[in-house]
Design a protein around this ligand. Structure first.
Ligand code: ATP
Ligand code: MG
Length: 567
């Protein structure tokens, strides 16, 4: 694979060359007649905002359903009322929709299946495969044994089926306090797999659920609930992450004992991790609660809402997860790869405009006072379809402070006394002098322009080595611009080894209030993005911008340290 190929070409080749292991497993299932369709789901718990890792799972599940002409379910795994909230249900749906995973009318809630789960538990009791236990949580742990020692039988195990049915019904009817009784599956206390040592499948919890209210005071455990949810919905391939590999035998046990006609199959893949980036819901939540991040959509985070606010597009995230691939082996992706993807996505789609982030005035002394000339500029040199625009040009401009030097080093081709440069889309100017304030800071740079050198006029008699960008001072819009760095201190790594806290970078957000942009940008709308010449890609902040007063977040700079891997 050559380096100069576009990402589209690369991913296309990848698809032709190799399918991922999940696709291979699906192909085999279809060929063997195990299933005659593909039905996937994305099953988040509504206990926080979704992040880039979830995006991988969403796009994987949705992508498989699409590829195999199957079905995709959006299902909330809302079986644990402690941390679940309607706020999270809504934010997760917004994020998934924005990513482009269209569930149509296939939106489900695991809590709607509480009656079937209860029936399933009763069925197990009747088969002698589940029993009510009096042990406390601590005792259950103690009786469970260790990896090297088998567990001990639960003293409650000898109860009759009738007794168990009665006690389970009492659990449901609120006779017991939280923790007083649990329902356990009767499997094998000597199993080498700890998950099979009579796992708890129902517990008493007097809690109000965000959907079912106080209807239930018993709630199913994840390992019991999840296979039932999948089976009820007719899921064929239940795709989850590697930490559930050891739970697969239990998943299979549940669907077998409950005698579902077409049991779903669990397949695990490795979670997506980003180097030096806080991904887990729990940790993102901590940054928000500790006030280090300004909310779940702080543009420095990698929650999906934060990435969207920052200016990432669904296409760029899709490109990123495709480049990461699907595998069984843990690997850590680089943020630079995600940044590469957004640059690739935006570079032809968005206009390239002029904005000055650290301004110094440039005065053209031989330009007529008050005269404004409208100049023509291409919106995107690489994509003529984006058309042209007119930019005002006049006597006083702003240029970047770093584009002028009183005493230039070697190979500095921008403005310095006596040097001639091109003003992008405008004229050649020659620096004639400058002014300083009492602190020695340059306040004004003076120059003269040559009318013969107008951009697009075909002037070829002289060449200049430097081109600098500018905005016309009298028509420019002053705006706020924010530059970001990793919220994590990359030198120290994400977690503090001593106390597990997050190593925070104190300089991760820089707010610039004295920036000037072309007048056309004054009307930019929330989520609109632009390339600012030399400064990077920027997106209009949806929260802090006002009509006619956009605030720009830098999505990413133009420089890339990422090179597409050759393979
Ligand atoms: P977190 O660890 O951030 O709390 P979670 O696994 O607890 O995530 P769930 O709501 O239970 O979050 O996850 C929904 C789905 O997203 C699950 O199938 C889970 O395996 C998948 N998922 C979560 N994190 C990642 C990740 N980093 N990479 C890929 N898939 C993920
Ligand atoms: Mg979870």
């Amino acid at each position: 694979m050559e380096e100069n190929k576009s990402v589209e070409e690369v991913t296309e080749e990848k698809e032709v060359v190799s399918k991922n292991f999940i696709e291979n497993a699906i192909d085999k299932d279809l060929a063997d007649g195990v299933y005659n369709t593909v039905h996937t789901r994305f099953p988040p718990e509504p206990n926080g905002y979704l992040h880039i890792g979830h995006a991988k799972s969403i796009l994987l599940n949705y992508g498989l359903a699409e590829k195999y002409n199957g079905l995709f379910n959006m299902r909330f795994d809302d079986t644990n009322p402690t941390k679940e909230k309607v706020e999270f249900v809504n934010s997760q749906l917004d994020d998934i929709k924005w990513l482009g995973a269209d569930w149509g009318d296939r939106l489900f809630f695991a809590s709607d299946y509480f009656p079937q789960m209860y029936e399933g538990a009763v069925k197990l009791i009747k088969k002698g495969k589940a029993y009510v236990s009096d042990l406390t949580a601590d005792q259950i742990k103690e009786y469970r044994g260790t990896l090297t020692e088998p567990g001990k039988e639960d003293p409650s195990k000898g109860r009759s089926i009738e007794e168990n049915l009665k006690l389970f019904e009492d659990m449901k009817n609120g006779v017991f306090a939280d923790g007083e009784k649990v329902l356990r599956a009767s499997i094998d206390m000597a199993s080498p797999n700890m998950n099979m040592r009579d796992p708890v499948i129902y517990r008493v919890a007097h809690m109000t659920h965000h959907r079912t209210g106080d209807t239930w005071c018993i709630y199913p455990m994840y390992d019991f609930a999840h296979p039932i949810e999948d089976a009820i919905e007719g899921i064929t391939h239940s795709i989850c992450t590697l930490e559930f590999e050891d739970h697969r035998p239990l998943y299979e046990w549940v669907v077998k004992e409950l005698e579902y006609p077409m049991p779903p199959r669990q397949i695990e893949f490795a979670k997506l991790y980003l180097k030096n980036v806080v991904t887990g819901k729990r940790y993102i939540k901590k940054l928000v609660e500790d006030g280090i991040a300004d909310g779940w959509d702080d543009p420095r985070l990698v929650s999906i809402s934060a990435l969207r606010r920052r200016g990432y597009t669904p296409e760029s995230i899709k490109m990123f997860v495709e480049l990461c691939g699907v595998s069984k082996a843990h690997s850590i992706a680089d943020m630079a790869m995600l940044e590469y993807c957004i640059r690739e996505d935006l570079k032809l789609k968005r206009p390239r405009m002029m904005a000055i982030l650290d301004p110094v005035k440039l005065v053209i002394d031989n330009w007529e006072d008050g005269k404004i000339e409208m100049l023509d500029a291409a919106n995107n040199l690489e994509n003529p379809e984006l058309g042209n625009r007119q930019i005002p040009f006049g006597k006083e401009l702003y240029i970047e402070r770093e584009d002028f030097m009183e005493e230039p080093p070697k190979k500095y081709f921008r403005l310095f006394p006596g040097n001639e440069v091109r003003l992008m889309n405008a004229y050649f100017v020659t620096c004639t002098g400058f002014e300083k304030d009492e602190n020695g800071n340059v306040t004004v740079v003076h120059c003269t322009y040559d009318p013969a050198t107008k951009s697009g006029s075909g002037f070829t008699e002289r060449k200049v080595k430097g081109t600098i960008h500018w905005v016309n001072a009298s028509t420019a819009k002053q705006v706020e611009v924010r530059l970001f760095e990793n919220i994590v201190d990359e030198e120290k790594g994400v977690y503090n080894e001593e106390d597990g806290s997050i190593n925070v970078n104190p300089d991760s957000k820089k707010v610039l209030t004295n920036c000037f942009v072309e007048p056309a940008l004054a009307e930019a709308k929330a989520y609109e993005s632009f390339q600012f010449v030399r400064n990077g890609f920027f997106c209009v902040d949806y929260k802090d911008s006002k009509e006619g007063a956009p605030v720009f977040n830098r999505i990413v700079s133009l420089k890339s340290s990422f090179v597409l891997p050759k393979n």
